[in-house]
Structure formats: structure tokens, C-alpha cells
Design a protein around this ligand. Structure first.
Ligand code: ADP
Length: 152
């Protein structure tokens, strides 16, 4: 049975931090699904098409990474794609507390799906899509923080 991990997020936009977590997880899994979550009640800075293309371009050199989008519960999307692992990145204790509650709820809903965390590399731990959006809104230079496939 192949080991499939699901890396969900809104990737608005995808950052060096996201890219690093996925690339470091490559040796751990047969396949990683980078999954763009669609939430119709959320306002995004970048369009769905734009965010999806940037993710695809970031991982175009990786044969075992698939990019998909999904709506609804993450565990339902995992089941649909036969993913038994949810991959998450941790920057700090706030991320940990937040991720822990979601992971516990997901475990209550789907016992056979495990959430797996990788710690961020220290030099990438301050990068967040929220701060990047703020830099872009204020005409700052965010290039150093964006994933390799992002062209602004
Ligand atoms: P969400 O909408 O679920 O918050 P994000 O796109 O912000 O999705 O993030 C997806 C995942 O990437 C989360 O696990 C988040 O903690 C992780 N992540 C975000 N930024 C970084 C970073 N700089 N280093 C490591 N992991 C990160």
C-alpha cells in the first residue's frame, strides 16, 4: 500500500515555508498531495487559479507531488485520495496549539488518519502568508519569502 500524505492549506500565496515542509517530506512518503482548500466564505487576495498555478509551478520538478483542490472536510478529501497522513508545518507554539485542536478533532472523526508535523527551519519560521500579503499590499518586496514558482 502506498504512503500518501495530504498537505492542506489556503496558500494565499504559497511561501518558502510551505515549499520547504513539502520538499523535506518527500523522502517520507510515496506521494504528497498538496491540497488547496476552497472556502467560499473566505476572502482571498489571489484568485483560486493563480494560487493553484503557483503551487503547480513550485513543484513541477517533483514527480511524486500532486496538486489538487478540495471543498469540505479535510478528512473526507483524505479518504477520497487514500491519504492516511495529514502533513502540517509548525512555526511556533501558537501553530502547535491551533494544529493540536484540529488534529484531535480530525482524529475523533477519522481514527485511521494521522496528523504528522514537521518543524519549520528556523530561518523560515517568521514567514507567513498573512505578512506577505501585507507586504504586497504596501508595495514592499516579498520575493525572498515566496515559493520558487510564484511570479508576481
Ligand atoms: P491554513 O489556511 O490552513 O492556515 P496555510 O496556507 O497558512 O494554511 O498553511 C498551511 C500549512 O503550512 C500549515 O500547517 C502551516 O502551519 C504551515 N506553514 C505556514 N507557514 C509556514 C512556515 N513559514 N514554515 C513552516 N510551515 C508553515
Amino acid at each position: 500500500m502506498s504512503r500518501i500524505a495530504f498537505f492542506p492549506g489556503s496558500f494565499d500565496p504559497i511561501t518558502k515555508g510551505h515549499e520547504d515542509i513539502v520538499r523535506r517530506a518527500i523522502p517520507m512518503y510515496d506521494e504528497i498531495i498538496v491540497a488547496l482548500g476552497v472556502n467560499s466564505s473566505k476572502n482571498y487576495m489571489f484568485s483560486f487559479e493563480q494560487r493553484f498555478k503557483w503551487i503547480e509551478d513550485t513543484f513541477k520538478d517533483c514527480t511524486n507531488i500532486k496538486v489538487i483542490s478540495y471543498e469540505g472536510l479535510t478528512i473526507d478529501a483524505c479518504k477520497k485520495h487514500n491519504a492516511k497522513f495529514i502533513l502540517r508545518g509548525l512555526r511556533n507554539s501558537n501553530d502547535y496549539e491551533y494544529e493540536k485542536s484540529i488534529a484531535m478533532m480530525n482524529q475523533a472523526l477519522a481514527l485511521d488518519i494521522e496528523t504528522v508535523y514537521l518543524n519549520t527551519r528556523p530561518e523560515l519560521s517568521a514567514i507567513s502568508s498573512t505578512i506577505i500579503r501585507d507586504i504586497i499590499k504596501n508595495q514592499g518586496d516579498s520575493a525572498a519569502f515566496l515559493a520558487s514558482g510564484v511570479q508576481l
